[in-house]
Ligand binder design. Structure first.
Ligand code: PMP
Length: 478
């Protein structure tokens, strides 16, 4: 009889696992009836209790280990993997399988091809040699926070106290911390499209809701005050502004930011999260404005910046957030309980970076000059492609051309170009150039080209693309 009970429990346990796992509701109902009719516990958690009992029984009687519960929090269950990494993985796979040995040119990662400027590296090495290798103040070392306060004052016209600066392991962490700290579940976060791919995932992890607002290439992909007003509700909590913007290269003018600010100040719950990570990668005559410097905005803005892009320091993982004390205090507490602060060595290097002078001094100016040459070259060549629409970037090292004229084209030996993703696969396979489909930036008509790498790679990549263009025909042409 005991043997029979054991096998019955095993059957119930396994079946219940399966039913829950596959979400098979008729099987779950059937199981409920089965358990019910045999004096089992009833109610909502019937299946779970049965599983537990079956598991406990098996462990106790047969020494069988309990099943591992692989369930993860719904807050994180639907976080998307990065399409940028997917493209890089495909490039690696194709390179491995290609006997020609000609590597795919990677225009995927929005990253500088330059090494971190020497004075910054030397300060990092000195920190290591001096044994500056212990925990720091979790909000950031005093020297760095002082340098950031000074930079924000002289470059951006923003006044912050030392306890209104929170140094982090990169702008991404600062952004994530900001979104999760100020948003209640169900709050709405307004994100102009095209957007940097990380934002909607952060909003999702905060259990808030993304509200996207279309922008137009005819308005330089800038959010307008009218479009913003149209989506605001009493649930609106955060507006994300990214300037200079990845992936479009848009730089918001002061006038455009003033118009947006005039709408924001009328909504008591609405805050702005201003991502200014590309601040100094900007092409004249465009100039950078921090929205917090507009009257009425300092108190409702969280400003994020970092070292990755401007100082070619992606691997050092260093960024920061500046905000009124009331917002900063809880974020500092969260940071102290989660990361314990940024890397000590990177922080010393960050002090050296900010010591290079206004806008990063001559080191950054030289890099920006090189990006500008690449940008001019790319824009000119892309504009020469039939049917391709290009917005010349005003900042960043990203360009976001619209290739939708080619959707629907059939290519012999490849198949139909249905969308930006198939087009990127086509270019990767035939031209050996890897780019990112615009879908992950909220615009499926475009593809993103990151031109941080080198002029040599830009030239070669463009030649490769041009050589396969005759295989495509704009679907809008007869
Ligand atoms: N914001 C934008 C717009 C970015 O492009 C990136 C990096 N790709 C980040 C934030 C994150 O930067 P960090 O390396 O400092 O985390």
């Amino acid at each position: 009889c005991k043997q029979m009970e054991r096998s019955r429990m095993r059957f119930v346990g396994e079946a219940a696992f399966q039913a829950l796992d596959t979400g098979n509701s008729s099987k779950q109902r059937h199981l409920d009836t089965f358990c019910h009719s045999s004096r089992e516990a009833r109610g909502q958690s019937l299946i779970q209790r049965t599983i537990m009992r079956a598991g406990t029984e098996l462990v106790a009687t047969e020494g069988v280990a309990a099943e591992v519960d692989y369930g993860i929090s719904p807050r994180f269950a639907n976080v998307k993997s990065s399409q940028i990494l997917d493209m890089l993985a495909l490039a690696n796979e194709l390179d491995k399988a290609d006997p020609s040995g000609v590597p795919i040119i990677r225009w995927c990662a929005s990253e500088s091809g330059f090494d971190t400027p020497r004075p910054i590296v030397e300060e990092g090495m000195k920190a290591l040699q001096d044994g500056f290798t212990r925990y720091t103040d979790s909000a950031g070392i005093l020297e760095l926070r002082q340098a950031i306060c000074h930079k924000l004052q002289v470059e951006n016209g923003l006044t912050y106290a030392l306890d209104e600066i929170l140094v982090s392991n990169g702008a991404k962490q600062s952004l994530m911390q900001a979104v999760t700290t100020v948003c209640l579940p169900g709050d709405e976060v307004i994100i102009p499209t095209p957007y940097w791919a990380g934002y909607p995932e952060m909003v999702h992890m905060a259990e808030a809701k993304t509200v996207t607002v279309e922008t137009s290439i005819d308005n330089n992909f800038m959010l307008t005050a009218n479009a913003l007003s149209a989506v605001l509700t009493d649930k609106s909590r955060l507006l994300i502004i990214n300037t200079p913007a990845n992936p479009t290269g848009t730089v918001y003018t002061r006038k455009a930011l003033e118009a947006i600010a005039a709408v924001v100040v009328k909504h008591p719950r609405l805050l702005v999260l201003s991502d200014e990570i590309f601040e100094h990668i900007i092409y004249s005559p465009a100039t950078h404005t921090s929205i917090a410097s507009i009257p009425g905005m300092w108190e409702r803005t969280l400003t994020v910046n970092g070292f990755s892009k401007v100082f070619a320091m992606t691997g050092w993982r260093l960024g920061y957030l500046a905000a009124p004390r009331k917002f900063l205090k809880p974020m500092a507490k969260i940071q102290s309980q989660s990361t314990s602060g940024a890397c000590s060595i990177a922080q010393k290097a960050g002090v050296a970076a900010l010591g290079l002078g206004h806008g990063g001094g001559k080191e950054v100016a030289a890099m920006v000059k090189a990006y500008e040459e690449r940008k001019d070259f790319l824009v000119q060549r892309l504009q020469a492609l039939e049917g391709v629409k290009v917005f010349p970037p005003e900042g960043t090292f990203d360009v976001f051309p619209d290739f939708s004229a080619y959707f629907g084209t059939h290519v012999a030996g490849f198949g139909t170009i249905n969308d930006a993703e198939t087009l990127c696969r086509f270019f990767m396979k035939t031209a050996k150039v890897a780019m990112v489909p615009g879908d992950c930036f909220g615009n499926g008509n475009c593809i993103r080209i990151s031109f941080g790498s080198s002029m040599e790679k830009i030239k070669e990549g463009m030649e490769r693309i041009e050589s396969v263009m005759p295989l495509l025909k704009p679907s809008t042409l007869p």
